[in-house]
Design a protein around this ligand. Structure first.
Ligand code: ZN
Length: 241
């Protein structure tokens, strides 16, 4: 009895399996459609499940995953860059359009970033600019941001010409580079914007002469201050007589 019933059960199972196989084979399309519908019905649920599982996995292996990602990016970076360079060569106009659009989209951030960089590195930027100017004019001398900081301290944070307390300042060449002055710290001073722009490319003596003619009050203030700064009668060398 037992063996018979076991045999029957086995036969039933075999038959079932065969039936399923035949049904699948005969209804490929219908099954595919059904599967797709089922997937769509359960998409949100499945997505949530996958996301949660991924988040759990990430929380568990965060350092491992980040390390693996960093390694991967470091490895592919040269290839990526090479590909990008090549792509740009082949799509010059397209690349330009993309870049322009990107710049327009991020113009505010770009300006803010540049401004922040300039504020932080202002003296370096000025020193760099003057180095270039001096080279073009054939003037000798190099100065650094540290030189300007020392000057500022030695002037006690006041304008070399008018004595005003300086918040921001211009780096002025006492004898302008365009007039044969050196680009080294002995020829430099920290000056307020007004003095620097008013003096322009004049020698101090010429500037004082100009001020005397157009602005008596400023002339007296500047002359007195320069004398006080030097603590001796105005030196010929610095005045450029
Ligand atoms: Zn000034």
């Amino acid at each position: 009895m037992e063996t018979e019933s076991l045999l029957v059960i086995r036969m039933k199972r075999l038959w079932q399996r065969l039936y399923v196989r035949l049904y699948r084979r005969g209804n490929v399309l219908r099954l595919r459609i059904y599967q797709q519908k089922w997937k769509q019905r359960n998409l949100a649920k499945r997505r949530g499940q996958y996301r949660r599982a991924a988040a759990n996995q990430y929380a568990k292996d965060k350092h491992k995953i980040l390390g693996r990602n960093a390694k991967y990016h470091a490895r592919v970076r040269p290839h990526r860059l090479a590909y990008l360079v090549e792509w740009r060569k082949q799509h010059v106009d397209h690349a330009r359009r993309i870049q322009k659009a990107w710049r327009e989209l991020h113009s505010k951030q770009i300006v803010a970033k540049q401004r922040a960089w300039y504020q932080k590195n202002r003296l370096h930027a000025i020193a760099h600019r003057d180095r270039r100017r001096a080279r073009l004019k054939g003037a000798e001398g190099i100065y650094t941001a540290a030189d300007v900081e020392r000057l500022f301290t030695s002037q006690q944070g006041r304008c070399f010409y008018c004595g005003k307390d300086l918040e921001s300042f211009h780096v002025d060449h006492k004898i302008p580079i365009s007039r044969g002055g050196m680009n080294s710290s002995e020829n430099l001073c920290c000056a307020c914007r007004w003095c620097n722009l008013s003096k322009s490319d004049r020698l101090i003596s010429e500037w004082l002469g100009y001020l005397k003619a157009v602005d008596e009050k400023s002339y007296r203030r500047v002359r007195e201050n320069i004398q006080a700064m030097l603590a001796v009668p105005i030196k010929r060398k610095i005045l450029g007589y």
